[in-house]
Design a protein. Structure first.
Length: 254
């Protein structure tokens, strides 16, 4: 199951009691709550992705363009002329050599040699940095930004630059950045947080009509302030939950 905006709107309305009571929220109100949930989710658990680009010592600047990209988090450099000689699935490459009483000395030293080759391929000599830069406005006059990766390679060899970057989920159904990117294990948190934000909005709407004559001629007290207080408390608790999730879970990649 993947999140979709229309489905999330219905879930929020049901959680707020629609069907039994009137829920005075339009789609725009719930969309505001969804946007707030995205902002909080992106702050603590932004999805990570991987990309790569070939780099050389003669070129220092590379444009990095991916939907929803926010920042580059890490970069690894692999020398292209050494990759064919290295089995990247060999556990020695990652330094995960398992010692046991059954491992012979020859195998052990072979592994050490393999690890040295791996370190040469996964060289730390090149350096990198990334930076957002302003570009010319588009046809509507809106200024744009482009993320550039700057690399400094001390040799003329061709390198494969593999990088990890963070993206932000958008409060819509966009193919590359939409709500469907929320993992199944996080959907309940996202629905509950969106509902809590919507509850605050609903409370403020109802508070405006407190004591005002209702269409049926009555002047019942609406539960605006109660909803606001309840929603704010739920938001606080859910922020603590996502902070805990962020500490316990590895980055979400794909």
């Amino acid at each position: 199951m993947r999140l979709q905006r229309a489905q999330l709107r219905e879930t929020v309305r049901e959680e707020l009691g629609e069907g039994g009571v009137q829920v005075e929220l339009e789609d725009a109100h719930i969309d505001r709550a969804i946007a707030g949930a995205c902002n909080t989710y992106n702050r603590y658990l932004p999805p990570y992705r991987h990309g790569s680009v070939e780099v050389t010592g003669s070129t220092k600047k590379y444009e990095i363009d991916h939907p929803g990209i926010v920042e580059i988090l890490d970069v690894q450099f692999l020398r292209k002329d050494r990759l064919r000689d290295l089995d990247l699935e060999n556990p020695f490459v990652l330094g995960q050599m398992v010692e046991s009483f059954e491992t012979s000395a020859s195998v052990y030293h072979q592994g050490l040699g393999y690890m040295e080759d791996a370190r040469a391929v996964y060289s730390s000599e090149p350096t990198w940095t990334s930076q957002w830069e302003q570009v010319a406005p588009d046809s509507d006059g809106i200024p744009g930004q482009v993320l550039y990766l700057y690399v400094d390679i001390p040799t003329s060899n061709l390198w494969e630059c593999s990088y990890m970057y963070a993206i932000h989920v958008t409060p819509d159904d966009a193919t590359d950045t939409g709500l469907h990117l929320i993992p199944v294990g996080h959907i309940q948190w996202f629905e509950e947080y969106t509902t809590a934000r919507a509850k605050i909005i609903l409370g403020r709407i109802r508070d405006k009509f407190k004591g005002i004559p209702l269409p049926d001629g009555g002047s019942g007290e609406l539960d605006g302030m109660d909803l606001i207080s309840e929603g704010k408390e739920e938001v606080r608790e859910l922020i603590e939950d996502i902070r805990s999730m962020a500490r316990q879970m590895p980055p979400i990649t794909g």
